[in-house]
Design a protein around this ligand. Structure first.
Ligand SMILES: Nc1ncnc2c1ncn2[C@@H]1O[C@H](COP(=O)(O)OP(=O)(O)O)[C@@H](O)[C@H]1O
Ligand SMILES: [Mg+2]
Length: 316
């Protein structure tokens, strides 16, 4: 069952007197109980795509076209108040830096209890029991004493677990995790991913996992969408993606996965374009080793090959 569908999303920024488009017809869908990963180099539009869903966009950003259908309703027609409710209870954000969602002035327990009160209508001992359950669920040990701690007394990994506990406490149907483990070391990263997988399996929660780490994607995502310069250039299920990648950019990304995670990442030659850089045709053409004449003139559409596997390239 499709729970979220982003359709032809276009977004841009008002930069003084000029409007620069940053997302071009971005479309993807998220099924119930599935992990969809959006991957691509820094600046390709992953965060703006995610924040459009939550409508937590910078002041200068404007969505100029598209629909975001959640449970049959277009979120782009909702009021701020509706969106506040949806963010608090249906779609939760797990940010890269957990401190952006934790208040340093209150104990983690108080913040969790507040959410339980609002979303589950519980107070007193019943709420407290739920808070302990939530901490147990995300494997924060010694829940009772941990609830009394302030955010700064938690390590990075524990803060991220606390945020996930809060998302669970509000019984969110979708978790949007924007580079949730980038700031964590590799062991903790794996633990957080295991936890997200458990939540997916046990609660049928859908997860939008944004990352630039393809090794993490191969182990965790059911479906992958690759973005380049504001466009989705390839999308496929995990098996298809890693066994039959089609887009030259996907192939370049796959080649840059280090076999040993400690090794320095090999990067793709050249840089992705900035918003102000004008490139005719396919925006990957200056970096593409297969570039043909047509690639410098026309923008390739996404074509479907099989099993929802789509890619935007003139090559067969
Ligand atoms: N507040 C902003 N004002 C102008 N441009 C922005 C702003 N935030 C992001 N951008 C631009 O939008 C594009 C997409 O950014 P973003 O979605 O954050 O990329 P990603 O998350 O993939 O690194 C980038 O070119 C970025 O420079
Ligand atoms: Mg980002």
């Amino acid at each position: 069952m499709t729970i979220l569908e982003v359709k032809n999303l276009n977004l841009g920024f008002q930069c003084e007197d000029i409007f620069r488009q940053a997302l071009f017809d971005v479309s993807f869908s998220l099924e119930k109980g599935e992990i969809l990963s959006i991957v691509g180099e820094s600046g390709c539009g992953k965060t703006m795509s995610a924040m459009s869903i939550l409508q937590l966009l910078p002041k200068t950003a404007r969505i100029t076209k598209g629909e975001i259908i959640f449970n049959g309703e277009n979120l782009l027609t909702k009021t701020n108040k509706d969106m506040q409710h949806i963010r608090g209870s249906k779609i939760a954000l797990i940010p890269q830096d957990p401190m952006t969602s934790l208040n340093p002035l209150y104990t983690v327990g108080d913040q969790l209890l507040e959410i339980i009160k609002i979303h589950q209508g519980l107070s007193g001992d019943a709420a407290y029991q739920k808070a302990i359950e939530a901490f147990d669920m995300v494997q924060i040990p010694a829940a009772k004493s941990r609830l009394k701690n302030y955010p700064h007394e938690f390590s990075g990994g524990m803060k991220q677990r606390a945020i996930i506990a809060m998302a669970l406490a509000c019984q969110a149907e979708i978790l949007i995790a924007d580079e949730p483990t980038t700031a964590l070391d590799v062991t903790i990263q794996a633990q957080i991913m295991t936890l997200l997988n458990e939540i997916k399996n046990n609660n049928k929660t859908s997860i939008l996992l944004i990352t630039h780490d393809l090794a993490l994607v191969s182990e965790n995502a059911d479906k992958i969408a690759v973005m380049y310069a504001g466009r989705i250039v390839e999308t496929a299920n995990n098996k298809e993606f890693f066994t039959n990648p089609k887009h030259p950019y996907t192939n370049a990304l796959l080649k840059s996965i280090p076999s040993n995670r400690e090794k320095k990442l090999e990067t793709i030659k050249g840089q992705p374009p900035t918003l102000s850089q004008q490139i005719d045709g396919c925006k990957f053409n200056p970096r593409c080793e297969y570039c043909m004449d047509i690639c410098k003139k026309e923008i390739p559409n996404l074509k479907t090959i099989e099993n929802e596997h789509k890619y935007a390239c003139f090559l067969d």
